[in-house]
Design a protein around this ligand. Structure first.
Ligand code: ZN
Ligand code: ZN
Length: 347
């Protein structure tokens, strides 16, 4: 198979011919039809993720058809259209049995713990527990855009943040995660204020349903600006970027008893940000992490897509080839992408 491959962290990824994968007894092999390029892939390539063992094939946001099944797989067969959450649970640990495979103790993450989907084929373990049947109406490109950022935002806003209609949602950072959160918040009937430093991203945020936008470079104090716009602070606030400053702003712009959800990754130098804990206590704030979404929660998200309430395909920016993705991965730290880049041809 053709695949993107690297042997050293930070070294230019190349396109190579590698052996086709075979399924485990409980796993499948998927013929990849579309796969999203994500900042997590860049972090992995930089060596920020201890799960990655070299050499490596990245890629974790995918959709395709099943090309081979292991002997113990019951719910899926060759030819099925599927997608999979980027965190796959083992199905038998305490977390999986409580319905929380997104924090499984033995999680399988394509593109991190195992070789990923920047390839013609990818092997996925624990298929019965994790794969999601894809309705015919949802394209592979749209499904690939769900696997990580959109699904994670859905869980962050709906399940962790418990956002309700007419409440205020603040979203810090308007990349793939942030724009997803804005669309989901607006679909729930909430008011959304979006914060970023780039005017084109703020314009997209407004187009996707943000009630108000704040250019964080144009105000002296971001949290003060959000409290002003929202009439006292957001009920729910998401740090979609993952930076000590946006994390702190997201907590400080909450109203009393508000909920902060950290979705943007905090890695390397940013792993232990300063948290305004005095405010957390005095205002009884709630602080959550959000890490992917369980496959059984996809139903709720897919229903909102099929009914037209959510249109994740609007978040897709560039459609590129596997060959074009190699240099794109290496330059992701510059934040130039507007929307989600999808690899839709393995050439
Ligand atoms: Zn598990
Ligand atoms: Zn991702």
């Amino acid at each position: 198979m053709r695949a993107m491959y690297y042997e050293a962290f930070g070294a230019a990824p190349e396109i190579r011919t590698l052996p086709d994968p075979t399924p485990t007894n409980a796993g499948v092999v998927i013929s990849v039809k579309a796969t999203g390029l994500c900042r997590s892939d860049w972090h992995g390539w930089m060596g920020h993720d201890p799960d990655i063992k070299l050499p490596h094939v990245p890629g974790h946001e995918l959709a395709g058809t099943i090309s081979a099944v292991g002997r113990d797989v019951r719910r899926f067969k060759v030819g099925d259209r599927v997608t999979v959450p980027f965190v796959s649970g083992c199905g038998h640990c305490m977390e999986c049995r409580s319905g929380n495979s997104q924090v499984c103790e033995e999680q399988f993450q394509p593109g991190f713990t195992h070789w990923g989907s920047f390839a013609e084929y990818v092997a996925i373990d624990y298929a019965d527990q994790n794969l999601v049947h894809l309705p015919e109406e949802i394209s592979y490109e749209t499904a690939a855009s769900l696997g990580c950022r959109f699904a994670t935002s859905f869980r962050a806003v709906v399940d962790q943040g418990r956002l309700k209609g007419s409440e205020w949602l603040a979203v810090h950072g308007c990349g793939g995660v942030g724009l997803s959160a804005i669309m989901i918040g607006a679909a729930l009937g909430a008011n959304v204020v979006a914060i970023d430093i780039a005017e084109d991203k703020l314009a997209l945020a407004r187009a996707l349903g943000a009630t108000a936008t704040i250019d964080s470079r144009a105000v002296a104090d971001v949290s003060e600006a959000v409290r002003e716009v929202t009439g006292g602070g957001a009920h729910v606030s998401v740090d979609a970027l993952g930076h000590p400053q946006t994390c702190c702003n997201s907590i400080l712009n909450l109203r009393r008893r508000g909920r902060h959800v950290q979705v943007g990754l905090m890695l390397a130098d940013h792993a232990t940000p300063a948290i305004p804990m005095a405010r957390v206590i005095a205002h009884e704030l709630e602080i959550y992490g959000s890490h992917g979404m369980q496959s059984w929660r996809y139903d709720a998200m897919l229903r909102m897509i099929l009914s037209g309430k959510l249109s994740p395909e609007r978040l897709i920016g560039r459609r590129i080839t596997l060959s074009e993705a190699a240099p794109a991965l290496a330059t992701m730290d510059s934040f130039r992408e507007n929307g989600i880049s999808i690899i839709d041809r393995m050439i």
